[in-house]
Unconditional design. Structure first.
Length: 128
């Protein structure tokens, strides 16, 4: 497979759809494939996870995604990197407490080897 230097909007939307579905399904194998080994995954409560710690909180049930919806509002593409800006909303349980998410988000995808992987994710809560 030849990896393109950039992604089309349809390709980035497919990656984002796959990632969000894997989060809700707690599909750790899919997330392992989609997340860079160097990922910095921030949460709306300002905590930040590595790949290992993020997968572990999903594995042990500390974080459970019940539903997620997302939009893509802007895509900035350069050779080897794509930044996606949009929104994310949904319901989760974190440490046993039910929470609603409503955030602006930025996701950074990078070309690694023969695939595109998420390198960074940053949500910012939208005030109610």
């Amino acid at each position: 497979m030849t990896l393109s230097d950039t992604l089309s909007t349809n390709e980035i939307n497919a990656l984002e759809d796959r990632r969000y579905a894997a989060m809700v399904d707690a599909d750790l194998d899919a997330l392992d494939e989609l997340l860079s080994d160097d990922v910095r995954y921030a949460h709306s409560n300002a905590t930040v996870d590595s790949k290992a710690s993020y997968l572990e909180i999903l594995r042990n049930g500390t974080l459970v995604y019940h539903s997620l919806e997302h939009t893509t509002e802007a895509v900035v593409s350069r050779p080897g990197v794509v930044i996606v800006g949009g929104t994310m909303s949904g319901s989760i349980h974190m440490n046993g407490t039910a929470k609603r998410l409503n955030s602006r988000v930025a996701a950074v995808w990078v070309a690694e080897g023969d695939r595109w992987r998420l390198l960074a994710f940053q949500p910012t809560a939208i005030p109610s």
